[in-house]
Design a binder for this molecule. Structure first.
Ligand SMILES: Cc1ncc(COP(=O)(O)O)c(C=O)c1O
Length: 407
């Protein structure tokens, strides 16, 4: 692959091929072209809530493939209608509309454009360690210098010179409500929105507190700004509710915009940006669009995913994962200092201090031992198992992590 692709990824030698088995539901295990089996704690980085090869999901996609596989957004299709309705029904925003697209970054981009257009303001407040995607707009919100540095001359940040994107971002530490309040005061009348992940994923799995989210809601209300929640990694049931916002905040308040991707298509590229109807009305024909958004096959995949999550009670199974991992860890601790972070099936095991760099080699050592994982934040081994995964899979994850640390 290295001879074929841009060198944007560190390619592993494993060539993934098929699920281990998929009889009545998907599999948490994948087999490579050499016949080796792996527990998949990556799932395309959170894109496989049903595991691999769920026959109901495959059937839904296959059926739609033999019907209409492509349709312009100016035409309607039954899968798009059904998926949009099912999605809005599940959202914690009472009266909302959806913009359908294909990737997480695209859904962030839609949220940015909507916030700027709906408010007529120019600054978005983002947070340290934030990850919202890699298009120039989404990258303006993303914090990691490694992702930003080559393009920073195109991204305007407060106090920096800018040549291209007219987007302005102000950034404060995640969890620091007082700093957010100060910035809103400093830029009074200019903050279009406050955008954040309710659980910072790429940074190393750091959940926001209820007080912080509610504090931001009140801050936005008092400054006429929109509150936007990036549920790309945390959404679709992974934390036990359809959104992590609900898991953390309950029904105490609603955000204005929520966007999600990854798990939403069950492995198919499906993303969505959902906004309060009154805000969504700011967009008119021509103000935004994308060819593949709402594609009928993608919508069939999305609808099947939502249906199966509900039918199989997968949200409560996902919710149980953290507790199970804690129990396993308590009886079988790791040989290094560790911290389990996250909610439900969005889990991270922080290993040692960041400067110890204990986690980095595990991204290749664990796959050699039969468990696929990613390392996030440079210090945290992440598990994004299928929602149905339980004690068996989490025990394998944990014992392999321990074995890899001892190797
Ligand atoms: C919270 C969050 N936002 C945005 C993105 C970008 O999504 P995509 O890679 O689908 O463009 C990701 C991907 O990891 C993410 O976790």
């Amino acid at each position: 692959m290295d001879a074929l692709r841009w060198p944007t990824y560190k390619t592993r030698s494993i060539v993934l091929d098929r699920p281990l088995e998929s009889t009545t539901r998907g599999s948490a295990y994948v087999v490579d072209t050499e016949g080796r089996t792996y527990l998949d704690c990556v799932g395309g980085i959170g894109c496989a809530p049903l595991g691999h090869g769920d026959p109901r999901w495959v059937e839904a996609i296959s059926t739609q493939l033999s019907k209409v596989a492509a349709a312009a957004n100016s035409y309607q299709t039954a899968p798009q209608r059904a998926f949009a309705a099912a999605l809005l029904e599940r959202m914690p925003i009472a009266d909302a509309r959806v913009f359908l697209c294909s990737t997480g970054t695209e859904s962030t981009e839609a949220a940015i454009k909507l916030a700027v257009k709906a408010t007529g303001r120019d600054i978005i407040l983002s947070f340290e360690r934030a990850f919202h995607g890699r298009s120039l707009g989404a990258l303006a919100l993303t914090a990691n210098p490694a992702y930003r540095q080559p393009y920073v001359r195109c991204l305007e940040e407060d106090g920096a010179a800018d040549a291209f994107a007219q987007m302005k971002v102000a950034r404060v530490p995640f969890g620091d409500l007082e700093a957010a309040r100060e910035l809103c005061e400093r830029y009074r009348g200019r903050i279009a929105a406050v955008f954040l992940e309710p659980i910072q994923g790429e940074a190393g799995i750091f959940p926001a507190t209820k007080e912080f989210l509610l504090g931001l809601r009140a801050l936005c209300d008092s400054h006429g700004a929109l509150l936007g929640i990036d549920e790309i990694q945390s959404g679709c049931g992974r934390t036990g509710h359809f959104t992590a916002w609900e898991t953390i905040v309950g029904d105490a308040a609603e955000p204005d915009i929520i966007w999600m991707a990854k798990a939403l298509g069950g492995g198919f590229p499906v993303a969505a940006c959902i906004a309060r109807t009154q805000i969504a009305q700011a967009m008119q024909p021509g103000t935004h669009g994308t060819t593949f958004g709402g594609n009928p096959v993608a919508c069939a995949a999305g609808l099947a995913t939502l249906t199966i999550i509900e039918q199989d009670g997968l949200m409560s199974k996902a919710a149980a994962q953290r507790g199970i991992l804690e129990e396993i860890a308590a009886t079988d601790p790791l040989p290094v200092p560790f911290e389990i972070r996250g909610v439900g099936a969005m889990l991270g095991v922080g290993l040692g201090a960041p400067e110890d760099k204990i986690a980095a080699p595990l991204g290749s050592r664990m796959p050699e031992l039969g468990v696929l994982v990613t390392v996030c934040g440079g210090h945290t081994v992440r598990s994004l198992l299928p929602f149905f995964a339980g004690r068996e899979e989490l025990t394998k994850f944990w014992s392999t992590l321990k074995q890899a640390l001892e190797a």
